[in-house]
Write a protein that binds this ligand. Structure first.
Ligand SMILES: [Zn+2]
Ligand SMILES: [Zn+2]
Length: 136
């Protein structure tokens, strides 16, 4: 992958830059991701907060209490509603891979919540899979 990577919302009002290689690229098949995305799973690029810079319009935080009791916050564009990223609470950002300008390098190597994976989704060989999501 080239650095920096850039991305943004669908309407272009919120933009971001990733300046260091991600910690991980993974898919999440939890039912919350299925509801939020309207799709079968999320593709997440996990980066350090320090390597993530927003520009343009201020994104709107949408918070909810997760099943774990933690507060999870999603940042969405105030204009078009695109879901851009979440803060992880431990210095990381979960960037929604589909919001990158260039997705050609994105290859998820870990797959979470395969317990609720839709049955027609075939995971690539060689990836690490988890029934749910390990702590931390
Ligand atoms: Zn937008
Ligand atoms: Zn999920």
């Amino acid at each position: 992958m080239k650095l920096p990577q850039t991305g943004g919302c669908q309407c272009g009002k919120v933009r971001y830059e990733i300046t260091a290689a991600p910690r991980a690229v993974y898919t999440c098949h939890c039912t919350a991701c299925q509801h939020w995305s309207g799709s079968a799973f999320s593709i997440v690029v996990l980066v350090d907060d320090a390597a993530f810079r927003l520009s343009g319009a201020e994104p709107r935080p949408i918070r909810r209490i997760a099943d774990s009791g933690r507060v999870v916050g999603r940042l969405v564009c105030p204009e078009c509603g695109s879901w851009l990223c979440n803060a992880t609470g431990d210095g990381g950002r979960r960037v929604r891979a589909g919001t990158l300008d260039d997705v050609s390098w994105v290859r998820p190597t870990t797959h979470f919540w395969i317990r609720s994976k839709q049955p027609w989704v075939i995971l690539p060989e060689g990836g690490e899979t988890f029934e749910t999501e390990p702590d931390g």
